[in-house]
Design a protein around this ligand. Structure first.
Ligand code: SF4
Length: 442
């Protein structure tokens, strides 16, 4: 998502220049260069330069558009200006170089876009993909990127502040976040609810597509889709057979795998908090609707608003980028968000929400990012299923405990971040270590 958005923004800024552009070059650095092929970054760049954005892109049109650009060596810059673009020379993978030349920001997902008119360079933009589709301009800090400038009725920058603000205002965490969201967006509560349900419908459609689709995932590992087969097996239980007490666990696996198989196949997913970790939150939401007694839409809204509040804490105080902190920052954060959301959906207290989020992250600490072949398939697809189960487990533990506990959510967020910074770079989305190194024959 980040590279597509960055390429699209660059293409649009060129249109605004009203200059005669004869060539555009794109350089990818660090983790983006090392795992970009597996993450389909090349396709994302082609689509972005053509003016496509992740939120409005028609997934069914992607293959034809990319094939056309590759076969003709031409694209329509920002959907407006025909331009030669030859990937062999114009899209460069700087695998030996961590950062773009002269960059002031230290982040392993750097990109440099340049535009030329003949021999004259018209424009250069250095930008970083920091996870979840978010971008950082060179020299910009995540603090500057924070939306905290807008006046919020209940500002918070840590879990302790969140709990304190909710306590003072006598609000649940989801109610507090809704009030903040309304203030930020200018929308009414019912409009925010509508938008959440619209996002949920995209998540759900993704799950349904994943369950309905069979076959081998692209990329060369020959990974077979499993969600369809598992769902079919679960649905084929003969009448009169004793019910499997762990069937709900299998359905969680189906839901999470369906989303991540769609992601691996280039289908439309909702980034939550990243594409690689996109299966956990929807899987637990679907689990809630299907397996929790008295589940309803109000509970679903509590689930998403609370998950979002927890996601903000990680985004603002740590990182949601596997290239920066390993998979604990992607699947670990998704697990923590989903655990918190499930407690809220089940009418747990704010303290139990915080505890569930803490438990879920505590047992993802240290998780590296080492996808085989740079593809978001192994371990990513199964890992989402495992995290969905762990989120449900964390929520259940938290709801059976008093609110007091030894490790706070703030402490575990800080621990995750410091652990991620200490992690050797080769374990952070480079495919140079771990599973990726020990399974090269796959
Ligand atoms: S291992 Fe985790 S962080 Fe790395 S690509 Fe897979 S899901 Fe993303």
């Amino acid at each position: 998502m980040g590279p597509m958005r960055a390429a699209c923004q660059f293409a649009r800024s060129l249109i605004a220049l009203h200059a005669s552009v004869t060539r555009v070059t794109v350089d990818l650095y660090g983790s983006l260069a090392l795992t970009g092929h597996g993450h389909a970054t090349d396709r994302a760049i082609l689509l972005g330069l053509s003016g496509q954005e992740p939120a409005t892109l028609d997934p069914d049109a992607v293959d034809a558009l990319v094939t056309s650009i590759r076969s003709t060596g031409r694209l329509l810059l920002a959907g407006r200006i025909p331009l030669d673009f030859r990937e062999e020379s114009d899209l460069r993978w700087e695998r030996e170089t961590l950062l773009p030349p002269g960059s002031r920001t230290q982040h392993p997902n750097g990109m440099r876009f340049r535009a030329w008119s003949g021999e004259t360079q018209l424009l250069e933009t250095i930008v970083f993909s920091i996870g979840g589709g978010f971008l950082l301009a060179d020299g910009e800090s995540t603090a500057q990127k924070s939306p905290a400038q807008a006046p919020l009725p209940h500002p918070f920058s840590s879990a302790a502040e969140l709990l304190d603000a909710a306590h003072r205002a006598n609000l649940r965490i989801d109610e507090l976040l809704l009030a903040n969201e309304c203030a930020l967006s200018g929308l009414t509560p019912s409009q925010v609810h509508e938008r959440i349900l619209a996002i949920w419908s995209v998540m759900d459609a993704c799950m349904q597509r994943g369950i309905a689709t069979e076959g081998i995932l692209p990329g060369g590992l020959k990974v077979r889709r499993r969600a369809h087969r598992l769902a079919a097996r679960l649905e084929s239980v003969q009448p009169g057979t004793a019910p499997d007490p762990l069937a709900a666990l299998d359905w969680l696996t189906v839901y999470a795998m369906a989303v991540n198989e769609e992601n691996a196949a280039g289908g439309r997913v909702v980034t939550a908090p990243t594409n690689g970790a996109a299966g956990v939150v929807p899987a637990v939401a679907r689990y809630y609707l299907r397996f929790v007694e008295d589940a309803d839409t109000a509970g679903l809204l509590r689930f998403f608003l609370t998950s979002a509040a927890i996601g903000i804490l990680y985004k603002e105080n740590a990182s949601i980028s596997g290239a920066e902190v390993g998979c604990q920052g992607e699947v670990g954060v998704a697990c923590s968000m989903a655990a918190a959301g499930l407690v809220a959906a089940r009418n747990g207290t704010n303290g139990q929400v915080e505890h569930a989020a803490e438990i879920a992250m505590e047992h993802n600490l240290g998780m590296t990012c080492d996808p085989i072949g740079g593809l978001v398939q192994i371990p990513c697809i199964e890992r989402n299923a495992m995290a969905a189960a762990k989120a449900v487990h964390a929520a259940r533990i938290a709801m059976q405990e008093p609110e007091e506990h030894k490790v706070s959510l703030d402490q575990v967020i800080r621990t995750m971040y410091l652990t991620g910074l200490d992690m050797q770079s080769r374990y952070k989305e480079t495919s140079l270590a771990g599973l990726a190194l020990n399974n090269i024959e796959c």
